[in-house]
Design a protein around this ligand. Sequence first.
Ligand code: URA
Length: 208
Amino acid sequence: MAFTLVEHPLIQHKLSILRKIDTETNKFRALTREITNLLTYEATRDLSLDPISITGWAGSVNCQKLTGKKVAVVPILRAGIGMMQGVLDLIPSARVNVVGLYRNEETLTPVEYYKKFNPDIEVRTAIIADPMLATGHSMGACCVMLKNKGCSKIKALCIVAAPEGVRYMANHHPDVQIFAAALDEKLNEDGYILPGLGDAGDRLFGTK
Ligand code: URA
C-alpha cells in the first residue's frame, strides 16, 4: 500500500501540541506549516535530479539540480490552504493548483465547485495537500480531477489519516502515495476523525 506514516520525533512532538483543544489559531497554523515542511521533505525523496557543473569559489564543481518542470502543490479548499505554504517553503518554484469540493448532503459525495490547474500539470508531480484524510472521498475526487488532466505522478500529504480514508484510497487510487503524520482510530458518525484535531478549517482560520 502506498501509505507512509512519517513518525519523525519532531512531527510527533508538534502533533501533540496541535491536538490540544486550547492550542490557539496562530499556533495551530504555524504547527501545521512546520509539520507540512517535514512531510514534504519525506514525500520528495524520489524527485529526479540532473547533473550540472557550477562555478564555485575554487573552480568548477559537479552538482545536481531538480529535473525540468517540477512540482504543483494542490491544496483542497479550504483546509488544504493551511498546508500550502509548508510545501512552498521547501519548493518555492512549485505552482499552486487549487481544488474546491463540497459535500452533497443527500448523496454524501464530493461535488466540484472550483478548480484551477496549470496548463502543463500533466508533466508535474502533483502534491495534494489536505490536513484530514477522513472518508477519502475528497482526496479521491481530487485525484480523479488530476488524472483527467493527464497527471500520472500524484502524492498526497495529510496531517491525520483515518483507516477508512486510507482504505478508500488504497482501493480507488493505489498509485497515489500518501504521507501522513498520524494514523488515528476511526471516524465518528459525523465523519470526524477520532481522536483527530476537530474541524481543521475552523482551527486553522479561527472560524469557530
Ligand atoms: N475534516 C476535518 O476538518 N476534521 C475531521 O476530523 C474530518 C474531516
